[in-house]
Design a protein around this ligand. Structure first.
Ligand SMILES: [Zn+2]
Length: 462
């Protein structure tokens, strides 16, 4: 596990009446600094441009509060400038470079794997494509972002908010942009989600609600995704260095999943080490107050950050298990917890049930012209979260399963077998994944190939 190393550079948040102090600014006494300044539109209710600053050697950008005397910045550019610093006063020495940056501030931070070197960190509220960045890789609509302003300090994985739609009828529509460079990886990621859930990923005609996979040309950012179904076209943007795991993670957001460590119950599983997280990153660890946990906390979740995400001091984690261990970010497969979490969202589930029939105590006898068979059948219902019925799912709420019971008997008067069908409801309790219906005794008797008695019960899930 590589650890992140983040240097925090903050121009002091000190307000002074710059004009009168700058008059006595002594350049000979001043410290010389080289800093980067960039502007972007940040969402803060006013939608006014914000300016960001970091030292040329640091990874973290901070909002620029302190005025730099003599420096005129223009929105949409990134500057490299030399400044003089004397106490809390700053004065422009020279502009080294000025580069057009559209609406995006490139911010260095760490990626999901806890590596910092090539990854950028996008501040919450940064505006991209009319959406607001949240936790580095989610793009929220204005309504969704507004909701977040009522953060509290506990959180969840999945999403149950009226402002975020789920995909309906388990169908998730998608399209690849004509120049999309990561089609094979994206297909593998889609296949994994498809195998491990009951969702259908459907090639879109580009109408209705759909995800467009696009290239992301922002050096160091691996992926961006809208949260949930936004309506109309929405995007999953994939950048250089992304893996199948990155794309699986971004698809998770598009399905409506937040990060795993934002679950409401996360404090039962992880300890957030707030002292090792710069204040500018605290929102990475907060919990939206309208979110709902789905399934159970899973350290193997594709949606969980690593222990080192956002850590200020490289030698210590930002998050560890409650018993003190660090953990990595699993990005190889959709975990059983992810699968169960998706299946327990009502529109993405319900989980599927499989009836398992175990035949026991078989006795077969033949006496001359008489053939007799007797056996017991044990019926068990098991609950699964994937279409291939391989991932057993422990239910978080009780579920009712409807059964059809076929009872087939030989009717002596009619000289034929008569089948009656009845129904039965059974309830699988929360916390369970199995229900034992019980054992039925079956008997067949034939004389010269013709039934003489017959009593067989067959269970079936409706
Ligand atoms: Zn994410």
């Amino acid at each position: 596990m590589k650890k992140i190393f983040v240097v925090v550079f903050v121009l002091s948040i000190f307000s002074c009446t710059e004009s009168d102090i700058i008059d006595d600014f002594d350049i000979a006494m001043a410290e010389h600094l080289r800093v980067r300044i960039a502007s972007s539109r940040m969402y803060d209710g006013t939608n006014t441009p914000k300016y960001w600053v970091r030292s040329d050697t640091s990874f973290v950008w901070n909002t620029l509060v302190q005025k730099i005397d003599g420096f005129q910045y223009e929105e949409g550019y990134e500057y490299l400038i030399d400044v003089y610093k004397l106490g809390n006063q700053y004065k422009l020495a020279s502009v080294v470079s000025k580069t057009r940056k559209e609406s995006v501030v490139p911010l260095l931070g760490c990626n999901d794997f806890g590596e910092h070197s090539t990854s950028l960190f996008l501040p919450d509220g940064l505006m991209i494509d009319s959406m607001y960045v949240f936790q580095n890789d989610m793009l929220l609509t204005e309504k969704q972002y507004d909701k977040l302003n009522s953060w509290r300090t506990r959180s969840l994985i999945t999403y149950n908010d009226p402002n975020c739609g789920y995909w309906q009828n388990r169908n998730v529509y998608y399209i690849f942009a004509p120049d999309f460079q990561y089609v094979t990886l994206a297909q593998q990621a889609i296949q994994e989600w498809s195998n491990k859930t009951l969702l259908n990923f459907v090639n879109s005609t580009g109408q209705g609600d759909y995800i467009e996979f696009q290239n992301l040309d922002m050096a160091g950012v691996l992926g961006l995704s809208n949260l949930g179904r936004v309506g109309g076209r929405q995007t999953i943007q994939i950048g250089s260095g992304a893996t199948k795991g990155t794309i699986m993670h971004e698809i998770g957001h598009a399905l409506g999943l937040y990060h795993e460590h934002m679950r409401n119950d996360r404090d039962n599983y992880v300890t957030i080490l707030w002292d090792n997280i710069p204040e500018s990153m605290h929102s990475q660890f907060l919990i939206p107050n309208y979110s709902q946990d789905s399934g159970q906390f899973d350290f193997a979740s594709i949606m969980l950050y690593s222990s080192w995400q956002g850590a200020m001091d490289a030698t210590h984690p930002s998050m560890k298990t409650i018993d003190g261990y660090t953990f990595g970010a699993q990005r190889t497969y959709i975990s059983d917890g992810d699968s169960a979490g998706i299946a327990s969202i009502p529109v993405y589930g319900p989980p599927i049930y499989k009836l398992i029939q175990t035949v026991e105590n078989v006795q077969e006898n033949v006496w001359g012209n008489v053939e007799e068979g007797e056996w017991d059948c044990r019926y068990t219902i098991k609950c699964y979260s994937d279409r291939y019925k391989t991932i057993l799912m422990t239910l978080t709420t009780s579920k009712v399963v409807n059964l059809k019971i076929h009872h087939i008997v030989w009717d002596e008067n009619q000289q034929r077998m008569v089948e009656t069908v009845t129904t039965q409801q059974v309830t699988l309790a929360a916390g369970s994944n199995t229900y034992d219906i019980g054992t039925v005794h079956n008997i067949e008797n034939y004389y010269m190939g013709n039934p003489t008695s017959y009593d067989v019960t067959i269970y079936e899930i409706e």
